[in-house]
Design a protein around this ligand. Structure first.
Ligand code: NDP
Length: 283
């Protein structure tokens, strides 16, 4: 039976680390700005959850809400103000943005030092180059935090990442490579995906397909990390991995809910504190 790698435990440890970093800031309280365009219920509920979590980590939150029909020019102007704002240490933008706004333009505009969710091309380049001062996207970093927390060795291991998006698959592959795993990235054109996945000591599912990976994809004794989040109409959740099907074969696996998702906002909060520390050269 696979051992469940519990995200809550990892998040608790990150909170402790955050507390230590905060203590070193000499009473300064870092601020996370959450940028929301429009009034989509999903965005509002995500914002509420992130703000609550940030407060639990000792952060201040500045809610920046813009009308759904804001023009590209006006939005970028507001964005520049946040970049320049002394009190803001980190910026989180709720996506997708409305159609009239270019996400690419916004990603280029965000000051990389405040880009706590790792969306700027500057941070992507830093992660690609293995530089220590960049911010990786929080979900990709959350996977690494789970591996670190449970002291699961990465060096020399075969890691297979299913998914090549800029928010999860690609940056995560770079983070695994940085820790000396031998990494394969899979996508929709990968031939015989199951056979490639069966080579993995560390298998990461980030394909966005509910319960796609089952026992045929998992080698005996593998560590399986499930990034996928799928919410059914009845409110129940599952990941990209069929957890019940793999639990006889995998040695360890992250459940959904209660796995990677529980770590992601903790990583975001830690990034805000690190951003404050770097920007003010405090601590
Ligand atoms: P994207 O849709 O942007 O990317 C999915 C990737 O998976 C693509 O590279 C795609 O390949 C690949 N893929 C899709 N279907 C298959 C398949 N059948 N076989 C092989 N590869 C496939 O998704 P994201 O990266 O944004 O998100 C992935 C999952 O993670 C989603 O379930 C999302 O909800 C979840 N997520 C979870 C977060 C968390 O905090 N836990 C945060 C962000 C996302 P191709 O490039 O060829 O199209």
């Amino acid at each position: 039976m696979a051992v469940a790698l519990k995200g809550k435990e990892v998040a608790e440890q990150l909170k402790e680390k955050a507390g230590e970093l905060l203590a070193g800031l000499g009473g300064y309280q870092p601020t996370l700005a959450i940028v929301r365009v429009g009034e989509k219920p999903d965005d509002i509920s995500y914002e509420r959850g992130a703000a609550k979590r940030a407060a639990a980590f000792g952060l201040a939150v500045k809610s920046c809400v813009f009308p759904a029909d804001i023009t590209q020019e006006a939005f970028l102007e507001e964005f520049d103000k946040l970049n320049a704002c002394e009190e803001v240490d980190g910026i989180l933008v709720l996506k997708p943005l409305p159609k009239q706004l270019s996400e690419q333009e916004m990603e280029r505009r965000i000051d990389w030092r405040k880009d706590v969710d790792g969306i700027s091309p500057v941070n992507a380049a830093k992660i690609f180059a293995g530089s220590k001062d960049g911010f990786a996207p929080c979900t990709a970093q959350a996977v690494m935090e789970v591996l670190h927390h449970y002291r699961l060795p990465v060096e020399g291991k075969r890691a297979v990442v299913v998914g090549r998006s800029m928010v999860v698959g690609r940056p995560l592959a770079m983070l695994l490579l940085q820790e000396n795993a031998t990494v394969t990235i899979c996508h929709t054109r990968t031939k015989d995906l199951a056979a490639v996945c069966r080579e993995a000591d560390i298998l990461v599912a980030a394909a966005g397909q509910a319960k796609m990976l089952h026992e045929d994809f998992v080698r005996e004794g593998a560590v399986v990390l499930d990034v996928g989040i799928h919410v059914a109409e009845d409110g129940s959740m599952c990941g990209d991995v069929d957890y019940a099907a793999i639990s006889e074969t995998a040695a360890m696996a992250t459940p959904v809910p209660g796995g990677i998702g529980a770590v992601t906002t903790a990583v975001l909060c830690l990034h805000v504190i690190q951003a404050a520390k770097q920007r003010h050269k405090r601590g």
